[in-house]
Ligand binder design. Sequence first.
Ligand SMILES: [Zn+2]
Length: 136
Amino acid sequence: MLFRKKKETNEVRRRIILTKQITDSVITYAKSCHPNEGILILQGKKEKNLIKVTGLIIPPFSTHGPYYSGFPVYQLPFDLSYIGTIHSHPSRSNNPSLEDLNHFFGLVSLIICYPYDVEDIAAFDRNGNKMDIEIG
Ligand SMILES: [Zn+2]
């Protein structure tokens, strides 16, 4: 007998789609920042429960460090195409830290951890729930 995992209450699980090109750029950027964290803004659009990432932006005034990278959100122009961020973890964990959840921006937070391969990318919503990632 098969048991399905219980669905999260109220909320339908969202999926995020990354193009191959975006994925490659993110990997290259994360590697270039290592051993520090790097952070990029995701541009994209939301269609029902699907979030498509269409571009990456280097945030102005970003700070880099081995444990935290961020940028002052108030410095950003108001732009509806900004749907979230991706940042790197020089560790082998792509789970969001408390700091990450406190600095959540937009709809999705992507985290890529060392050694920065496609499988090292994870996506989370504002509540720290994992989202499915599709690369295509
Ligand atoms: Zn983090």
